[in-house]
Design a protein around this ligand. Structure first.
Ligand SMILES: [Zn+2]
Length: 304
């Protein structure tokens, strides 16, 4: 396995200002996709060093791209878009954010659920695309109780094995040990009601897991049937400018960056060929748009 050595820049909690309330999306974006009712909620945003996103870019490329990103002081501010999907009796969350445990600007999902008038106890399924802090660390509240007490939980079997590997701490650099402690804390907390997914499995009929490894070894994306379809890419393409226009640039937080590149190309190729709408976890809210082919690369075209 290739480990990206830029992990020394892996952020932990730091002292950036918290997100002002005005940065929360309003109104909440809701749409119908076939039989599914989708509301995109936000967990706020996180900060990542721009080197993590642009390390493969030349000085000129970086200088022309940075003004197009939400960047300041050497940091980019990826948003965190969380789809809440309703079908029949099911209320499904794809990832749940970081619950203020990762960075001060995350953890807004609880407030946004309130604004959407959704009681966390009514969530029937929580699906983890992967076990990074900005996707899973909100599992427990400040009292150590499950925020979604009545949900069944889902994760890729390969993702579970990656984080639970007894040799993780010796295989992975110390900068990533905190991530493993958090992932293990949260996965252990839901172990009794955890379903292991593999590619092709349906979470509910028509919401299907896609194998998209690279960002993490067991990363899953999701495909929603109905209408013209929807691909919930999650972290396959981390930024709607850089990942589309330079899909071959390695992303510094990918566990297996070369595999991440191949997976990104494969998903964006498919989305462009089929003209399927995409939803990205870290794109500008609500993170919905299309991949349009542009020479050897792509261009992100917002859906709204
Ligand atoms: Zn992420």
């Amino acid at each position: 396995m290739t480990i990206n050595r830029s992990d020394e820049r892996q952020p932990g909690a730091h002292d950036r200002a918290t997100a002002p309330a005005s940065s929360l999306p309003s109104p909440l974006f809701r749409f119908q996709q076939g039989d599914f009712d989708v509301t995109v909620l936000s967990d706020g945003f996180i900060w990542i060093p721009d080197d993590i996103l642009l390390s493969d870019g030349s000085a000129e490329q970086r200088a022309s791209i940075l003004p197009r990103l939400d960047a300041r002081d050497g940091m980019v501010r990826p948003k965190t878009n969380i789809p809440l999907i309703r079908k029949g009796e099911d209320v499904v969350l794809i990832d749940i954010g970081a619950g203020h445990l990762y960075q001060p600007s995350d953890g807004m999902l609880a407030d946004n659920l309130k604004r959407a008038e959704i009681d966390p106890s009514t969530v029937t399924k929580v699906v983890f695309s992967h076990a990074h802090p900005d996707h899973i660390w909100a599992t427990l509240d400040e009292h150590g109780s499950l925020r979604y007490p009545n949900a069944e939980y889902y994760i890729g079997a390969a993702e579970w094995e990656f984080w639970m590997d007894p040799d993780y701490l010796t295989k992975m650099p110390p900068a990533l040990h905190e991530f493993a402690r958090g992932a293990r804390r949260d996965l252990e907390a839901v172990k009794q009601c955890l379903v292991m997914l593999k590619a092709g499995d349906d979470v509910v009929t028509g919401l299907r897991a896609l194998d998209t490894p690279g960002h993490t070894p067991g990363h899953l994306s999701f495909e929603l049937a109905g209408g013209d379809g929807l691909l919930i890419a999650v972290d396959v393409a981390n930024n709607e400018v850089v990942s589309f226009e330079h899909p071959d640039w390695r992303f510094g937080y990918d566990t297996i960056p070369e595999l991440g590149v191949r997976t990104r190309r494969r998903l964006l190729d498919r989305a462009a060929n089929e003209r399927t709408k995409l939803l990205g976890y870290h794109w500008g809210y609500p993170g919905l748009g299309f991949a349009e082919r542009h020479g050897e690369a792509f261009h992100f075209s917002p859906a709204i």
